[in-house]
Structures are given as C-alpha cells and as structure tokens.
Design a binder for this molecule. Structure first.
Ligand SMILES: *[C@@H]1O[C@H](CO)[C@@H](O)[C@H](O)[C@H]1NC(C)=O
Ligand SMILES: *[C@@H]1O[C@H](CO)[C@@H](O)[C@H](O)[C@H]1NC(C)=O
Ligand SMILES: *[C@@H]1O[C@H](CO)[C@@H](O)[C@H](O)[C@H]1NC(C)=O
Ligand SMILES: *[C@@H]1O[C@H](CO)[C@@H](O)[C@H](O)[C@H]1NC(C)=O
Ligand SMILES: *[C@@H]1O[C@H](CO)[C@@H](O)[C@H](O)[C@H]1NC(C)=O
Ligand SMILES: *[C@@H]1O[C@H](CO)[C@@H](O)[C@H](O)[C@H]1NC(C)=O
Ligand SMILES: *[C@@H]1O[C@H](CO)[C@@H](O)[C@H](O)[C@H]1NC(C)=O
Length: 662
C-alpha cells in the first residue's frame, strides 16, 4: 500500500471519529481494471480530494446522496455516494467512510470503481457519470431457498404488484426511494425496496428500476438486482428500518384457506380471469374457422403452403378437440432418455430443451416448461392448438404437447444447425455465414415474423426475438423459434401492456422495456437489432465501446451519419458482399430501431423494402437504445438527436462543489 493511501486513512479516521467504526456488509464491487492511474499523478490527487470531500464532516448525509467532482479534464474525477433511503445520517456517513476506505483495498489505483454495501454505495469515475444511465457494474444475487410451490403463484403476484407500485412512487419522490411490505399469507410477509440515485431523471429511474425488478429471482425467499444507477431488493423479513419509512399500510393477509388448490387466485382475480378465458376461447374458435378459410386461399394465392400437412385444417375436429395434439408422456420420456443431461440441447427463460428421437426415427426438440405457469389445463391445450396451427417455412413447427401432473411439455420439429447466435458471434464459426447466407437469413426472419403478425390472421407478437431464437436448418435457412410462448404461458396476447416484461435486454424496444407496452412495432425494433447484428457480427448487448458509442445501435447510427456505413460490416464478409444490399439492410435496420414506434416500418413494409431496389427509404433519425449511457457530447450535437429526455451536460468546474439539495 502506498504512503499516500495511509495519508488518506489518517484523514478518514480523523474525519469519521464522531461515528464509531462500524462494519458494513459488503455486497459487490466492480472496477473494470482497464485504466489505472499512477500513485503520484494529478488524477490520484484529484481522486483523493474527491473522496475526502464525500466523506468529510461537511458532506450532507441527511439526503443520503451527494455528488462531487474534482480537477479539470482529462484528470477530472466525478464521484457520488448513495445511502439506503431508510438510514440515519449517522449510519450513512459511517458507511461512506467505510466504503471510501475499502475502495483503496478493493480497487487500488483504478480510475473508476463502484462499490456496493447493504447500507450504501460509492462510485467514482473519470467519465461523466451523473444523470447517465449505464449497465456497467450490475450484479444480481438471490437466496438459495425457494418459495414453496403451493405459495409461489400468490407470492410472485403479490411481490411484483408491490414492487411495481413501489417503483411508481419512488420515481415521483424527491429521494427516488420507496420501501414497503405486503402480506402474502398470514405467516408470510414480503418486504421490497427500490431506489435510484436522485440524479436520474424520472424516466431513466423508471427504466433502470424496471430492468432491476424484472431480474429479481421471484421464486426465492429473497434477492436483489443492483445497477450503478438504481437497485431493488426483497426479503421475507424486514431488512430496512420500517419506522423510518413512511409507507402505506398494506392490505391484510387473505383469510386462511385449508389446502388451497390454487392459492394464487383470490376472488378478485377470478372475476377478471373468467371473462378473459371465455372470450379467448371464443375468439380462438372464431379465428381458427376464419384462419382455415383464409389460409387456404392465401396458400393458393402466394404459394406459402406449409412444408407438411399432417396437422392441416381440413381435419377440422382438432379445433374442438385439441387433445389430438396430445402426446403420451411416457413416449416423450423414452425419446429423451428420461430428459437426460446428455440430451439437453438448450436452456431458455421458459424451460429446458432436450433432443428426442421417436421410435420411427423422427427427431424432435422437446421443451420442458418451467413449472411457474399458472394456466389451467384447458387454456394450455387451446393455446397450444393455436400455436400448432402456425405453419411457415421460417417458423419452427410445433407438433404437440404433453401433460403429466404439473409438467407441461411442448414438442417441436428438430432443427439441426443450432442457432444464429452460435454462428454469428463465434470467431471460429462466423466465416460459415457468408454474405449470401446472411442476406437470406434477414429475409427469412422478416417473412417469418410477418406471418406471425398478419398472414396467420391471428396477431401473434413474438416479444422475444433474438439471435439465439433464430434456428438454422442444414441449408442455413432461418426458423424463428419460441413464438407464442407468451400465449402458452397464459398471458393475454391482445392486451397492450404487461406487468412482467418477458423479452431480452438488448433487443427490447424502449417503450416495452420502460412501460411494458408492446405491439407489432416492438418486434420490428428487435428485428432491427438483429439485422444490425447480422451485418456487423457484433452483439448489441455487451457491445465493446467504440467511438463513444456504448451499443451497436448507436454505433451504427454514428457511422451512418458520418456516411461510412460500410465500416459496420463484419470484417469476415467485408470483401465479399453486395454493397448496395448491405447498405439497404443497415438502412432498414436503423429505421426499425427508431425511438417512436410510429416511425418504425411494419413487417410488411420491411419485407417490401428488402425485396425491392426501387423503393425510396425514409431517412432514419437517431435511434434509441433503452439502456445506453447518455450519448457523448459530440453525438448530442447532431441536428437530429432526440432531445426529449436529455439532461444538461454542463458540469460545474469548481474544484469541489457540493450540490444536490433536497
Ligand atoms: C467487524 O468485522 C470483523 C471481521 O469480520 C470482526 O472481527 C469485528 O468484530 C467486527 N466489528 C464490529 C464492530 O462488528
Ligand atoms: C487488474 O489487472 C492486473 C493486470 O492485468 C492484475 O494483476 C490484477 O489482479 C487485476 N486486478 C483486479 C482487481 O482484477
Ligand atoms: C511519479 O513517480 C515516479 C517514480 O516514483 C517518477 O518517475 C515520475 O516522474 C513521477 N510522476 C509524476 C507525475 O510526478
Ligand atoms: C468544510 O466547510 C468549511 C466551512 O464551510 C470549509 O472551510 C472547509 O474547507 C470544508 N472542508 C472540506 C473538506 O470540504
Ligand atoms: C452534482 O449533480 C448536479 C445535478 O446533476 C449538478 O448540477 C452538479 O454540478 C453536480 N456537482 C458536481 C460537483 O459535479
Ligand atoms: C480503514 O481500513 C483499515 C484496514 O484496511 C482499518 O484498520 C481502518 O479501521 C479502516 N477505517 C475505517 C474508518 O473504516
Ligand atoms: C429506525 O428509525 C427510527 C426513526 O428514524 C429510529 O428512531 C430508530 O433508531 C431506527 N432503528 C434502527 C434499528 O436503526
């Protein structure tokens, strides 16, 4: 440890003597370890000044948050601390002093760091970190112990309702903090807490907390998800000081019911559920009748007949009897070697996937759904029957299902060549996808989704399009997988917003990620991300920062604006591609990721744009990627930038300024 560090220790000790030394529970720290400073540099002096100001007696701990900065660029350091909203100024100040001390041990000579404790967090960086949303330094943790399965449904419903309300209230409050409890049963209470750093705008705080609460392990007795800008946590015991938090009185626990068959459904939700189920079934019956009539005509008109006809509408009776799609559980068990580990070929959010071989040699992919779906058997069967009707060359075919007790299984056609993610992002395999393959894949995905959106006469919104959900057959033809899962999991497809967001971050449109609003245009957004990934061979998520752009979408836009779109093209295909097609794809991709859904093309327009050279495409505006950090100055200068939610960038240049009054 350097001599200078000891100077700081001394300083800290003297400044925090008023508060007795206390242990604070360490949670996690992240120092990217990419840039360091040397011990006698200007940066080190600035950092020392910054940290001492944050932990000085002058700092105002009463609001639980403070930001400060020190020095001039390029050696300027910005830092902040945030204490848990229920804590007293004394505990807050003690935790900050502790974390400052701890930062020298855990992140020695790092130019940026974030450290989390139960009671507070400390963050500093050479970048502009104030009011900037980032995914850096995130961390999840969950308790081992699970909620008993007979209480799970009610528990997760109560928890999510509580957290959603807490988020709504926290965003509006000056401290951007909320904590509350709710009764699950007479003997089970859940405590939830959400908090943003108060430098976040309402909208960014909302976005951050939505990410956070949607990553919580809601089948456990406790867990948290921490990001640099916000965090959320729940437990089944009071982990915050209840008397210090003024929160509304929760509604009393439900009366005890002996051996409830479906503990999650209280009277109120039944009232809602019954009409939905009845109308869903009615709509399904109506639509399927129409579907059979119309697809027959369409097949004749467009030649999009399904590859095989085993489950053709002409059979008719399947609709009133979805049982015809039911497969014997024992046969599936045998086909997959009793779901053996060696047959496991994938793992998704909704369950494990196994390869199976039926006695006649037919290979299938068997998806064993996680047992959290609260849907009834009849609903499940009806929904499967609908999804099984969706047949298109670019969609993975659903053959049938199986039910055994609580176990729900879906049986799909087996697609041999793994998925797009597997090829696209692997330096050893990306070569196998030349430009022609990639172009064909882009077109195929578009046609598959278009079919889901309209050709099937039932509007199915995929909601989870991503590279790993695009399977590739032996000829590298794309087949979209996992469609209709929202339906099979018992979520109403016709509703326009949802409490629980099911997609994958990086592919989700801003309005879906932030407000749970989805539409066909949210699929268009995900498609745009996919196109940019296919062209560039880079992931939107975990994008390595380039030219000040922290995500692929922004990077692509920057290149487009600089009239150098070809710089986006993956090096392995750069010397062997059709330039006009590549530019067309990037153009369409950028139109798809526009912030305003109204500015995104529909899938039918996309298919048309991709297949025609004569259509004049509109000029894309700056796109929006929901979890990006705020663009750097040079980007916001652009005449087309979206200014709607931007925050003033100017940062006080005084050596140390303490700000953020309540
Ligand atoms: C703080 O933690 C250390 C080691 O975990 C322990 O030895 C010490 O007694 C603790 N001090 C207080 C005041 O809790
Ligand atoms: C940072 O990187 C250096 C060199 O690569 C390594 O020796 C050190 O252990 C790393 N520190 C952390 C905290 O990862
Ligand atoms: C830092 O110290 C090293 C040796 O200890 C010296 O060579 C270097 O010039 C010093 N740098 C500054 C900026 O003082
Ligand atoms: C604390 O405040 C006093 C007066 O307000 C000022 O003189 C002193 O420099 C401040 N100390 C720090 C470390 O900011
Ligand atoms: C602290 O944050 C506020 C709000 O973002 C800003 O106006 C102020 O300049 C910051 N203070 C320092 C010292 O950076
Ligand atoms: C700072 O850390 C040292 C050891 O790393 C410890 O002895 C000292 O008590 C700490 N100071 C505070 C204020 O926590
Ligand atoms: C909880 O908060 C109240 C009111 O702020 C305070 O009087 C009490 O000491 C706190 N309890 C603990 C255990 O910190």
């Amino acid at each position: 440890m350097s001599a200078f560090t000891y100077v700081i220790f001394f300083f800290l000790l003297s400044s925090s003597l008023a508060v007795c030394a206390q242990n604070h529970t360490y949670v996690y720290h992240d120092c990217p370890n990419t840039t360091t400073y040397s011990s006698n540099s200007t940066y080190s002096t600035n950092l020392r000044t910054l940290l001492s100001s944050l932990s000085s007696r002058n700092a105002s701990y009463s609001s639980g948050f403070q930001n400060a900065s020190s020095g001039q660029a390029p050696d300027r350091v910005t830092g902040l601390f945030l204490c848990r909203g229920d804590l007293s100024p004394e505990v807050c100040s003690s935790c900050v002093a502790f974390s400052v001390n701890d930062s020298f041990t855990r992140c020695p000579n790092e130019r940026e760091a974030v450290l989390y404790y139960d009671e507070c967090m400390l963050r500093y960086s050479h970048r502009h970190i104030l009011s900037a949303l980032t995914r850096a330094g995130e961390k999840d943790s969950s308790k081992e112990q699970k909620i008993p399965s007979n209480q799970l449904e009610r528990f997760s419903n109560v928890l999510m309702a509580t957290l959603n309300q807490a988020v709504t209230d926290a965003v509006k409050s000056s401290r951007k903090f909320d904590a509350r409890k709710a009764y699950v049963t007479e003997s089970l209470t859940v405590y939830g807490l959400v908090q943003c750093t108060p430098d976040m705008t309402r909208q960014d705080c909302m976005t951050c907390l939505q990410i956070s609460i949607n990553q919580l392990p809601i089948d456990r007795i406790g867990g948290r998800f921490i990001l640099a800008n916000c965090n959320s946590r729940f437990e089944t015991y009071p982990f915050y000081n209840e008397t210090a938090v003024k929160s509304p009185q929760p509604s009393p626990p439900p009366p005890r019911v002996s051996a409830p068959a479906r503990p999650g459904k209280d009277a109120k939700s039944n009232v809602l559920v019954v009409p939905i189920v009845v109308s869903t079934i009615a709509v399904v019956l109506l639509l399927i009748t129409g579907y059979c009539f119309l697809t027959k005509r369409k097949e004749e008109a467009y030649g999009t007949a399904p590859a095989t006809d085993d489950f053709h509408c002409a059979k008719g009776d399947e609709i009133s009897n979805p049982d015809s799609l039911q497969l014997d559980y024992k046969i599936i068990q045998a086909a997959t070697n009793d779901f053996s580990e060696s047959n496991n070929i994938g793992r998704g959010g909704s369950g494990e996937v196994y390869k199976g071989t039926f006695p006649n040699g037919t290979e299938v992919a068997v998806k064993r759904l996680s047992k959290t779906s609260g849907q009834g058997e009849t609903e499940f069967k009806n929904e499967v029957a609908v999804v099984a009707k969706l047949q298109h060359r670019n969609l993975v075919r659903l053959f049938g299902f199986s039910l055994e007790g609580k176990e729900r299984i879906l049986v799909y056609e087996y697609v041999p060549n793994k998925n797009l993610d597997y090829f696209l992002f692997d330096p050893a395999k990306e070569r196998q996808l030349d430009w022609n393959h990639r172009y064909k894949i882009i077109g195929g995905i578009a046609r598959g989704i278009l079919y889901l959106h309209q050709d099937s006469r039932l509007t199915i919104i995929h909601r989870n399009l991503k590279a790993s959900n695009i399977l590739l057959d032996a000829d590298m033809n794309p087949k979209v997988a996992d469609f209709g899962m929202a339906m099979i999991f018992g979520m109403d497809q016709t509703k326009e917003s949802t409490k629980r967001i099911v997609g994958t971050y990086g592919y989700m449109s801003p309005e879906y990620a932030m407000h749970g609003q989805y539409s066909m245009k949210s699929d268009a957004y995900s498609f745009g991300v996919l196109v940019l990934e296919i062209v560039s061979g880079k992931r939107n998520n975990n994008f390595f920062e380039r030219d000040g752009a922290r995500d692929l979408v922004t990077y692509a836009w920057k290149l487009w604006r600089n009239k150098t779109p070809l710089d986006l093209v993956a090096p392995v295909i750069r010397h062997n591609c059709q330039i006009n097609k590549v530019v067309q794809c990037i153009h369409v991709g950028l139109l798809c990721v526009q912030e305003d859904p109204a500015n995104r093309p529909t899938l039918s327009t996309i298919v048309m744009m991709l297949s025609s050279n004569t259509v004049t495409l509109p000029v894309p505006k700056q796109p929006k990627f929901f979890a990006q950090s705020r663009p750097q100055k040079d980007l916001t200068d652009s005449e087309q930038s979206t200014k709607s939610n931007s925050v003033p960038w100017s940062i006080d240049d005084a050596l140390i300024t303490e700000l953020y009054p309540r």
